[in-house]
Ligand binder design. Structure first.
Ligand code: CP
Length: 319
């Protein structure tokens, strides 16, 4: 079956999901990102790889890290970046998503970076661009509903490789609201592609999606069991905005049963790293002593996100 994010030569045309993305493309993104990491230490932090290109940031859902790091990444690649203010746009007057896209494409957009609350919105845009003869315009999924957040997955892989070097001897635990998490889905696909032998999902039954077993993920409902001997812990936020109905007694109860405390962290390997995509809810999924502790690599994740997004955009723009 044709992969809609690859062109006829098998090169990356859009980045929509890590699911089905060939390992050579994942590795190319990580290696390209490596070449950009040092750029922030240089006096001139820019390279001309996207000079003359226009990147439109379309964030239909709130963001701090992703939107800002895409903007920084675009500027470091010398692109012109336009941040559409959705609240002040004609989307609030009933203009459809695809009409908005057609109008922005008519302004000679080269790339759309799209975050949307609806799963599949970036796919819809990419398909529309192909169907309307505008396949030269690239789409990057910056998080769609509970479906995928591919650049977060890639920056998480970059972070793991930075600290652990080799994927093929790791045990990685993903903890918390896996049911509503696009980050968890992207991470599971990326970890699988990169050959991580043991991926664990730790959550109460109400926050576990169906089908994890088929994805090769070991499920734990007891966090103390699940954290034993792990190399990497990826904490997730409770996504109250995506929950319908009461899936949990309370945030306090969740912290008591699943919060990452120093005592629980001590069950992992002594050199385990703690990751979190953000935004964090301190005292809900993670204790401040852990979030600010020696093993946390949460802020380096954000910094690596710039290089990874530069890599994705420059690879797309080179096609
Ligand atoms: N990790 C992440 O997507 O954070 P933002 O919602 O702040 O972009």
């Amino acid at each position: 079956m044709h992969n809609p994010q690859l062109n006829k030569d098998g090169d990356l045309q859009h980045l929509l999901t890590i699911e089905g993305l060939p390992k050579r493309i994942v590795m190319d993104i990580l290696d390209t990102a490596e070449s950009f990491v040092g750029i922030s230490d240089r006096e001139v932090k820019k390279v001309p790889l996207m000079r003359g290109k226009s990147v439109f940031n379309l964030f239909f859902e709130n963001s701090t890290r992703t939107r800002t790091t895409f903007e920084i990444a675009s500027k470091r690649l010398s692109a012109d970046v336009i941040n559409l203010n959705i609240q002040a746009s004609s989307a609030t007057k009933g203009e459809s998503l695809l009409d908005t896209i057609d109008n922005l494409a008519a302004m000679h957009a080269d790339m759309f970076v799209v975050r949307h609350a609806s799963s599949g919105a970036p796919h819809l845009i990419a398909r529309h661009l192909v169907e309307t003869g505008q396949s030269h315009v690239h789409v990057v999924n910056a998080g769609d509903g509970r479906h995928a957040h591919p650049t977060q997955g890639l920056l998480d892989m970059y972070t793991i490789r930075h600290y652990k070097k080799d994927f093929t001897n790791l045990t990685v635990a993903i903890v918390g609201d896996i049911l509503h998490s696009r980050v968890a889905r992207s991470d599971i696909h990326a970890l699988t592609t990169l050959g991580v032998p043991e991926i664990r999902a730790i959550a109460p039954r109400t926050l576990l999606p169906a089908g994890l077993d088929q994805m090769g993920v070991r499920v734990f409902t007891d966090i103390n069991e699940g954290l034993k001997g792990v190399d990497v812990i990826i904490m997730l936020r409770l996504q109250n905005e995506r929950m319908s109905g009461a899936l949990l007694p309370s945030a306090q109860e969740f912290f008591k049963s699943y919060g990452l405390t120093p005592e629980r962290l001590a069950l992992a390997k002594p050199d385990a790293i703690v990751m979190h995509p953000g935004p964090m809810n301190r005292g809900v999924e993670i204790d401040s002593a852990v979030a600010d502790g020696k093993q946390a690599v949460i802020l380096p994740q954000v910094t690596f996100g710039i290089a990874v997004r530069m890599a994705v955009m420059s690879i797309l723009a080179s096609k």
